[in-house]
Design a protein around this ligand. Structure first.
Ligand code: NAP
Length: 349
């Protein structure tokens, strides 16, 4: 068993980490850290537990530590981070000196020598770890995953990008409230309502998606060369982001071929049979009123993205559209970092 810890352990994503790690065959939760407000308390006393499954017995008595590398036992090898971005920017590099940090936070995602990885999409970006350790003289390193809405979109774009010439992508999101954290969206703002603004989200989707679908050569990344425009909305759904995706290609396509390519898409985690890898990263449904967040967010234990309403655009040539649903705190956050760590353990340790 590899000893692991969670930074931001009391938060929305931190709780997902704990739920998944508690059942993990290779990882043993040995450290939980949060803010000074929680440090020194038993995890059960420090946390407002939000998930449907109860808090695992194994973590209740763990004393929450300060988010400081000196407060974490040296035997811990991997730290999963779900810290607020501003704080992550300052402390993740301190942890990276001696620990492996698998982070959800956006702070370091677009830094030149930090890999931003979805294991099914761009596992080769892990080559940056060597560059990072050389540049910084660290024993540890940081690896990041994209933001929740980007992960769902990029997984569905990968089999398209691999097989066709994408010209342009438009995406409009309907994102769950859990994506903003426990204190993120006041109920008075979202019940009976929709908020057509999520700070920084459109910019993240537009830059991170092209980055992940890009190529790496001698430690330098070249972004994918199509145009992507995003419009992001917060809706009154607890978990599960929905996205309407509109794609223009350079050529006409056969929708059945496209469906087969998306359904049959597999990546390295499936080949390596990693513990958290879903059998199918993308599931294509034929039902006319699916996917829906309540019905489809848990597909593949929350690690599959469900695509539906895949159809040709009757107005624009060489165009098609679809709707996707993905679990934002599982595949879009904690599950993404854990899959990154599983790949690192299998390939690099
Ligand atoms: P959250 O529910 O607000 O949790 C924040 C966590 O960070 C809590 O454990 C909190 O501890 C801790 N924290 C806050 N300030 C701190 C400080 N100064 N020092 C140390 N710890 C501190 O937020 P979340 O939704 O889990 O999101 C966490 C991170 O993941 C963010 O960077 C977010 O952008 C990213 N992310 C979230 C999602 C999602 O779907 N929610 C998806 C992808 C990425 P206390 O309880 O002690 O305050």
């Amino acid at each position: 068993m590899i000893k692991v810890g969670v930074l931001g352990a009391t938060g929305m994503v931190g709780q997902r980490f704990i739920e998944i790690l508690d059942k993990h065959p290779d990882f043993d939760i040995s450290a939980l850290a949060a803010s000074s407000k929680s440090a020194g308390k038993r995890y059960e006393d420090a946390t407002t537990w939000y998930l449907e499954n109860s808090m695992p017995e194994s973590v209740k008595d763990i004393i929450v530590s300060e988010t400081d590398p000196n407060a974490i036992d040296n035997n811990v090898e991997i730290l999963f981070s779900s810290l607020p971005t501003e704080f992550a920017k300052v402390v993740e590099p301190k942890f990276g000196e001696n620990f492996i940090v698998a982070s959800n936070a956006s702070a370091m995602r677009m830094v030149d020598d930090i890999p931003l990885v979805i294991p099914e999409v761009n596992p080769e970006f892990l080559d940056l770890i060597e560059v990072q350790q050389k540049n910084r003289g660290w024993n540890g390193f940081i690896v990041t995953n994209p933001n929740c809405s980007t992960i769902a979109l990029a997984l569905t774009l990968k089999p398209i990008h691999d097989n066709y010439n994408i010209n342009r992508v438009h995406v409009s999101t309907m994102q769950a409230v859990s994506g903003a954290g426990y204190n993120g969206v006041p109920s008075m703002a979202i019940v009976d309502n929709l908020v057509p603004f999520i700070s920084g989200e459109e910019e993240k989707m537009e830059s991170e998606t092209l980055h992940i679908l890009g190529t790496i050569n001698d430690g330098t990344i070249k972004d994918a060369d199509f145009n992507l425009s995003a419009s992001c909305n917060r809706v009154a759904v607890l978990d599960g982001h929905t996205e309407s995706v509109f794609i223009d290609l350079d050529e006409d396509i056969n929708i059945l071929d496209l469906k087969n390519k998306m359904s049959n898409f597999k990546g390295l985690p499936q080949k390596l049979n990693l513990f958290s890898a879903p059998k199918n990263p993308v599931i294509v449904t034929e039902e006319e009123n699916r996917p829906q967040p309540r019905m489809d967010r848990n597909a593949g234990n929350g690690m599959s993205i469900t695509v539906g309403r895949l159809r040709k655009d009757k107005v624009f040539n060489n165009s098609f559209k679809y709707t996707l649903v993905g679990h934002n705190t599982v595949r879009g956050a904690a599950g993404a970092s854990i899959l990154n760590a599983e790949l690192i353990v299998k390939e690099l340790l």
